[in-house]
Design a protein. Structure first.
Length: 95
């Protein structure tokens, strides 16, 4: 996915239909889990009105984005915009 190419803190993105999993890392090459980054993204997203299911996985550094079954393309696009804004804010804060 493009989001992992644009953000150094995003290690891996997986998809299954409209369900998306996202892993946060401190070091992309070494795949060091970014638990604190994950928590910061959850806070930033919530401040923007996006509720994320985060803190998943063995290290608490994975998120699941699971929209409602009835959703518009516009709503999905807005969700992704808010997610990108949240990740960018965390990166610019020095995580």
């Amino acid at each position: 996915m493009e989001i992992e190419k644009r953000h150094e803190v995003v290690g891996e993105v997986t998809n299954f239909g409209i369900i998306c999993g996202m892993e946060f890392v401190r070091d992309k090459k070494k795949r060091i889990p970014g638990t604190e980054i994950s928590q910061a993204v959850v806070r930033e997203a919530l401040a923007r009105g996006l509720v994320l299911l985060g803190g998943l996985g063995s290290y608490g550094n994975r998120h699941i984005i699971h929209p409602a079954l009835v959703v518009t393309k516009g709503q999905i696009d807005r969700c992704l915009e808010l997610m990108e804004e949240s990740i960018a804010a965390v990166e610019s804060a020095g995580y």
